[in-house]
Design a protein around this ligand. Structure first.
Ligand code: ATP
Length: 273
C-alpha cells in the first residue's frame, strides 16, 4: 500500500521452488544468497562483495518474487520500496524515507533491500519528466546514491532493484560499487509457462482434463503474473458454477477474461516465440 513504503517481514517464506523457469537468472542470483550466508568466505580473500544487482525485465515476470526468494533462501529480512511511491512526494520526504530505510536495514543486516520500479526515481538527472516534481526525485536519487556509497561491502546489505527501462537509468546508478550487475528476466517461453502453470495449479482442486502443457500452448506472451491470474480466475469461475473441481473449460474462460483485460490495458500480446 502507499501508506507503508517499506515493510520488514523478518521471515520471507518464498524460496527458489516458488519461482518457476528463470533458470539462468536463478543461477546468477544464487551467488547473492552465498554472499549473505557466508560473507567471510569472500572477504577473507580480500574480495569486495557487490552491493547491488539490477533485475531487468518486463512487468509481471517474477522480479519481485525472485528478490523475495533470495531473502527466503538466505533467511534474512526483506525491506522493500517502490520508486513510483516517490513520484508525488513533498520536498524532503523521499530523501528522508531513503535514509530511514537504510538505517533500519543496517540494524537488521544481513538483509535485502528491494527497490521496485527504480526507473521512477533513478531516471537520468536533468532528463525532465514533469517540472517541479523533478527536484524531489533528484533529491531522492541523490540520497540513494549517498546511502549506497555509505555502507561497507561487508555490511551484509544487498540491494536488488527492478526495472523494465534500464536505458533511462542515470549512469551514476550503474557505476562499479552500485548496481554494477544486471540479471535479465524475460517473459517465459512455452516451457517456462508450463512450469509456472504447475506452480500455480498445485494448490487448486483440478479435474482430470486440466493439462498444463495445453494451457502453456494457449498463452503465448503471458508473463507469470498473468498465468497466476488465469489460475485464480479459473478457480473463481468454477466456484461460481458450483463445480466440485476446476475443469479445462473454466481455464478457457479465465484465459479469455485475462486476455480481454490485457487488451484493455493496451498491452500487446506478442506472437509465439
Ligand atoms: P512488476 O515489474 O510489475 O513489479 P515483477 O516482475 O516484480 O512485476 P512479480 O511481482 O514478481 O513480478 O510477479 C507477480 C506474481 O506473478 C508473483 O507473485 C507470482 O504469483 C507470479 N509469477 C511471476 N513470475 C513467476 C514465476 N517465474 N514463477 C512463478 N510465479 C510467477
Amino acid at each position: 500500500s502507499k501508506a507503508a513504503l517499506f515493510d520488514a517481514e523478518n521471515r520471507v517464506k518464498i524460496t527458489f521452488n516458488d519461482v518457476a523457469g528463470l533458470d539462468e537468472a536463478k543461477e546468477e542470483i544464487k551467488e547473492i544468497v552465498d554472499y549473505l550466508k557466508n560473507p567471510s568466505k569472500f572477504t577473507k580473500l580480500g574480495a569486495k562483495i557487490p552491493k547491488g544487482a539490477l533485475l531487468v525485465g518486463p512487468p509481471g515476470t517474477g522480479k519481485t518474487l525472485l528478490a523475495k526468494a533470495v531473502a527466503g533462501e538466505a533467511g534474512v529480512p526483506f525491506f522493500s520500496l517502490s520508486g513510483s511511491d516517490f513520484v508525488e512526494m513533498f520536498v524532503g520526504v523521499g530523501a528522508a524515507r531513503v535514509r530511514d530505510l537504510f538505517k533500519q536495514a543496517k540494524e537488521k543486516a544481513p538483509c535485502i533491500i528491494f527497490i521496485d520500479e527504480i526507473d521512477a526515481v533513478g531516471r537520468s538527472r536533468g532528463r525532465g519528466s514533469m517540472p517541479g516534481a523533478n527536484d524531489e526525485r533528484e533529491n531522492t536519487l541523490n540520497s540513494l546514491l549517498v546511502e549506497m556509497d555509505g555502507f561497507a561491502t561487508d555490511s551484509g546489505i544487498i540491494i536488488l532493484a527492478a526495472t523494465n527501462r534500464p536505458d533511462v537509468l542515470d549512469s551514476a546508478l550503474l557505476r562499479p560499487g552500485r548496481f554494477d550487475r544486471q540479471v535479465s528476466i524475460d517473459k517465459p517461453d512455452i516451457v517456462g509457462r508450463e512450469a509456472i502453470f504447475k506452480v500455480h495449479l498445485k494448490p487448486l482442486k483440478l479435474s482430470a482434463d486440466v493439462d498444463p502443457k495445453e494451457l502453456a500452448a494457449q498463452t503465448p506472451g503471458f508473463a507469470g503474473a498473468e498465468i497466476a491470474n488465469v489460475c485464480n480466475e479459473a478457480a473463481l469461475i468454477a466456484a461460481r458454477r458450483d463445480r466440485e473441481s476446476i475443469g479445462m473449460q473454466d481455464f478457457q474462460d479465465a484465459m479469455d477474461r485475462v486476455i480481454g483485460g490485457l487488451e484493455k490495458k493496451n498491452k500487446i500480446i506478442s506472437p509465439e516465440e
